[in-house]
Design a protein around this ligand. Structure first.
Ligand SMILES: [Zn+2]
Length: 508
């Protein structure tokens, strides 16, 4: 495949040329949400980052199998709490709901919010509860290979033995073996049952109050949280696959334990490229629902509060597309700070980009076939956008180059740059590049069309209104023409007349 894509591999801590296991195909696994509450805005950022990665790999011509799981059992509350309880089971008990009621409710809301952010659905979205058989099978394989032991109906991964035999534990998180061995692992129900504090549960015996439990050879219980990703990635992508992604906070212990389980079951490193997205901050601080002891306010906002403007943090509502554009303005491996100023700037930038694209798509090439210096410069910039994306999916730098082109497009439109210095081929390539990057790769869409489910209804209606206004003007019916303009203005839609005709934009 003709490209020079490089991916930063968390495992080797360097950028590596991307070579898939099977030419032309990519297996991509991303850890999905735990559906006991609505999706966190920080998680939305991770899913938007991997959505762009998925879209770009597809654009490069790969056939991508994208697997993103739904955690609906096994994720425990608390870290070292000896009385840790499954998050879903606990919330369902507190809200007096059937666990699956809770799971369905939050899965639906998760899909709804990601839909607003225009992320594509993964190819497969497996649930942990739907793969209990596969998980039990994997526990058995790990037991058979001698990397786990049974205690009172629970099964624990034998971390010291795994470290001694393979030495790959700690490689991903960069933790020293001594520290790993002295540290107490999370996801424990019965701390004192383990042979070593660094061991972790892969099957947990359930007590009576636990709502979600399944029979197994060891006890009626439920799988450890880390196990589902190991079992489901193996089932759908094979024992070894190309890319595994998730938020930085999952690197340890979740991903480290995934590697240990896969290795313990199959005897090989499961993943070739590990990718981790960085945190989303709110006004310079980590988001947290716990109220600040001094102010009594929590530093947290939900996606819906951000989109609707119903919050005390921001001056106005920000649409999902503005938020998505804002997320693309930073590299997925950098922290991103959500502030009012940054969102206001993103809103302006987003509109400027969409407006330039609209103008570009409506422009015609001078069609002389001559390539002048301007045409050559445009070709170079188009190449540069691809280079930036090939450099570990650098969306902020690719966007910056796109904005260099926006300046050129606006000058062409105003007649400040000569159109006849661009060959028809280059001009068409420019149009394609804008469409490809804005819609297909960055996943942005016009907000009005977004409201009409992207079916072009808004565009069609606007054209009808513009035509009626045109007729009114032609017959000197100024009252109707003004009425249309004023009514649209009320809706924040501005008409722009030029010699090429009338165009419209939302908001100014
Ligand atoms: Zn996972």
């Amino acid at each position: 495949m003709e490209h020079e894509l490089k991916i930063y591999n968390s495992l080797s801590r360097q950028k590596e040329p991307f070579e898939p296991l099977h030419e032309g195909y990519v297996g991509l696994y991303v850890c999905g949400p735990t559906v006991y509450s609505d999706v966190h805005l920080g998680n939305c950022r991770t899913f938007v980052s991997f959505d762009v990665i998925y879209r770009y790999l597809t654009y490069l011509g790969y056939k991508v199998r994208y697997v993103r799981n739904i955690t609906d059992v096994g994720h425990l509350e608390g870290d070292t709490d000896s009385d840790a309880e499954d998050k879903i089971s606990k919330k369902a008990r507190l809200e007096q709901l059937e666990p699956m009621e809770l799971v369905q409710r939050h899965t639906r809301s998760f899909h709804h919010i990601l839909g607003m952010l225009n992320t594509l659905s993964p190819s497969i979205e497996p649930t942990a509860t739907g793969h209990i058989v596969e998980q039990i099978q994997m526990v058995q394989e790990i037991l058979d290979n001698g990397y786990a032991y049974v205690k009172n109906g629970s099964v624990y991964f034998n971390t010291p033995k795994f470290i001694k035999d393979h030495g790959v534990y700690g490689k991903l998180s960069g933790k020293r073996v001594d520290d790993l061995l002295s540290e107490t692992r999370d996801d424990l129900k019965n701390q004192d049952e383990k042979n070593d504090p660094s061991d972790f549960a892969i099957w947990i015996k359930a007590d009576e109050r636990h709502l979600m439990r399944w029979p197994s050879p060891w006890s009626v219980g439920f799988p450890g949280w880390h196990l589902e990703c190991s079992a489901m990635s193996t089932k759908y992508l094979g024992k070894q696959f190309d890319i595994h992604g998730g938020g930085m906070d999952l690197q340890f212990p979740h991903h480290e334990n995934e590697i240990a389980q896969n290795y313990g079951a199959c005897g090989c490193m499961p993943v070739r490229y590990w990718m981790h997205g960085n945190m989303l901050l709110l006004n310079g601080k980590k988001m947290s629902k716990t109220p600040d002891p001094e102010t009594g306010k929590s530093n947290s906002i939900t996606p819906v509060e951000l989109f609707s403007g119903e919050n005390e943090i921001f001056s106005k509502p920000y649409s999902p597309m503005v938020v998505r554009f804002f997320m693309l303005q930073s590299h997925y491996r950098s922290t991103l700070d959500l502030t009012d100023d940054a969102l206001l700037a993103a809103e302006k930038g987003f509109r400027r980009l969409m407006e330039a694209n609209k103008a570009l798509q409506g422009m015609a090439s001078a069609g002389k076939g001559q390539e002048g210096p301007l045409g050559k410069e445009i070709q170079k910039l188009i190449g540069q956008i691809h280079e930036e994306m090939n450099d570990d999916f650098n969306t902020p730098r690719a966007l910056a180059v796109l904005f260099d082109l926006v300046t050129k497009i606006n000058s062409l439109k105003d007649g400040h740059l000569p159109m006849d210095q661009i060959s028809e081929e280059t001009f068409n390539r420019l149009k394609h590049t804008f469409r490809n990057f804005i819609y297909d790769i960055f996943g942005l869409k016009d907000e009005l069309e977004a409201g009409a489910e992207g079916n072009g209804l808004a565009e069609g209606l606007m054209q009808l209104i513009i035509d009626i206004r045109q007729q009114a003007r032609a017959s000197k019916d100024w009252a109707t023409s003004d009425k249309i303009r004023d009514a649209l203005k009320e809706l924040d839609i501005v008409l722009k007349d030029s010699k090429e005709g009338t165009s419209w934009v939302k908001g100014q």
